[in-house]
Design a protein around this ligand. Structure first.
Ligand code: APR
Ligand code: PHB
Length: 391
């Protein structure tokens, strides 16, 4: 098998890259370890920056997103018994976010790829990027028990944090930056109308809680829990009781409950691998960087990476100019580190840390107060949350 760009991973990064390349006349094949059913139903975050929405719409895969996505012009912070709205329309005029589940983005992109004759091989095993230092890289893999090799000009490692592409880079090349948080998030999807028009980021002495949503009938919640917490210890009644204890902290506000249709726990970490390229292998999305979900940046960073990578491949194929490919890592990492800082900062602002002493708690309180009372501080939050300019 031969193609121009071999893409490993059919998450948002790999699928969007494949589609953007197709629009530039560049051929690719996507190799995915899981089934189509699995990737289309994997519940993940769901906040899209305007730039991500624009990219999807311009690519032709945004029709349902425009119809069903929920456009939000603010978020609410709730702590100290008070609510504080971060009003995007006032602080960052003309900019908003769209709430739309990541698995819906994945479904739309798979549909767009297949409609355009794109090739995605699901349920491949034993994926190994090879010869990445030379001009003829390839990916070997097995598909339906058959050993195969996909030859390409380039390999895009879009295989997420647990993928194999990052590890194919020789030892000593990459530098890793890592931070683990002493908690995880329990996520729950519930068949109940949202109790709020906008997202609520809440915190009290029991910990952090987030009220998000997917549709007028479907709500999404998160709770700060211990990183090694067992989901079996969280029957639905306990989830609702804890959400109520952390969210019903302002007068007259009640949480509507309903059947929990999906739940799980994920650890929280920050991670960056630098540089995001070695030889003919380019890393994009979670394969190169992870942020804690508090800033809702993961999917947006992945979309940004592949937009930059598409431009770079397009330049190389049209004129042989490798300057953009050479600058790929640098161009992405600037945005990655802004998102790293913002995500760490939001996480620190909003969670309870067992390690905090009385002094640390006062500092946190003071910063929360500053964000709620200073227009400069809330503008900084708003600007980062809706997403900085695309370049
Ligand atoms: N071979 C083939 N595919 C693989 C392999 C492998 N060895 N390892 C992992 N994959 C696949 C996974 O099954 C997954 O479908 O790569 C895909 C990676 O997708 P994501 O994890 O969704 O990563 P990415 O596309 O970079 O999207 C980033 O996902 O994790 C969230 O919060 C994150 O929203 C962000 C987004
Ligand atoms: C979500 O809706 O899944 C979501 C929203 C905001 C976040 C994280 C996740 O910060």
């Amino acid at each position: 098998m031969r193609t121009q760009v071999a893409i490993v991973g059919a998450g948002p990064a790999g699928l969007l890259l494949s589609h953007l390349l197709h629009l530039r006349g560049i051929e690719s094949v996507v190799l995915e370890a899981r089934s189509r059913e699995y990737v289309e139903h994997r519940v993940r975050a769901g906040v899209l920056e305007q730039g991500t929405v624009d990219t999807l719409v311009e690519s032709g895969a945004g029709e349902r997103l425009l119809r069903e996505g929920l456009v939000h012009h603010g978020i609410e912070l709730r702590f100290g018994g008070q609510r504080h709205r971060i009003a995007f329309e006032k602080l960052v005029p003309g900019r908003a976010i769209t709430v739309y589940g990541q698995q819906e983005v994945v479904k739309d992109l798979i549909a767009a790829r297949l409609a355009a004759g794109g090739q995605i091989l699901f349920e491949v095993d034993d994926v190994v990027p090879e010869e990445i230092e030379g001009p003829r890289p390839q990916v070997s893999f097995t598909h339906r028990s058959q050993p195969l090799a996909l030859q390409a000009d380039f390999i895009a490692g879009c295989d997420g944090f647990h993928g194999v592409c990052r590890d194919a880079i020789p030892p000593g090349v990459l530098q890793f930056f890592d931070k683990e948080y002493p908690f995880g998030w329990l996520g729950a999807l519930a068949a109940v109308a949202p109790s709020s028009d906008e997202l609520i980021y809440a915190s009290n002495d029991r910990g952090f809680a987030l009220h998000s949503m997917r549709s007028p009938q479907l709500s999404r919640f998160y709770l700060q829990v211990a990183p090694d917490e067992d989901i079996e210890a969280w029957p639905d009644e306990r989830i609702w009781a804890e959400l109520a204890a952390r969210l019903e902290t302002v007068p007259g506000w009640n949480l509507a409950t309903g059947p929990v249709v999906e739940k799980g726990i994920t650890a929280m970490r920050s991670f960056v691998a630098e540089p995001m390229q070695f030889g003919r292998l380019f890393l994009a999305g979670d394969a190169a960087h992870i942020v804690p979900p508090t800033g809702a940046k993961g999917l947006n960073l992945a979309a940004f990476d592949v937009t930059v990578l598409t431009e770079a491949f397009a330049a190389w194929y049209s004129s042989g100019d490798a300057a953009l490919l050479d600058g790929y890592s640098r161009a992405c990492l600037r945005r990655v580190w802004r998102a790293q800082h913002f995500s760490w900062w939001m996480t620190t602002l909003l969670h309870s840390f067992d390690s905090y002493d009385a002094y640390d708690r006062r500092l946190q309180q003071s910063y929360r107060d500053y964000v709620c009372t200073s227009e400069a501080a809330s503008t900084s939050l708003a600007e980062n949350y809706v997403g900085l300019g695309r370049r």
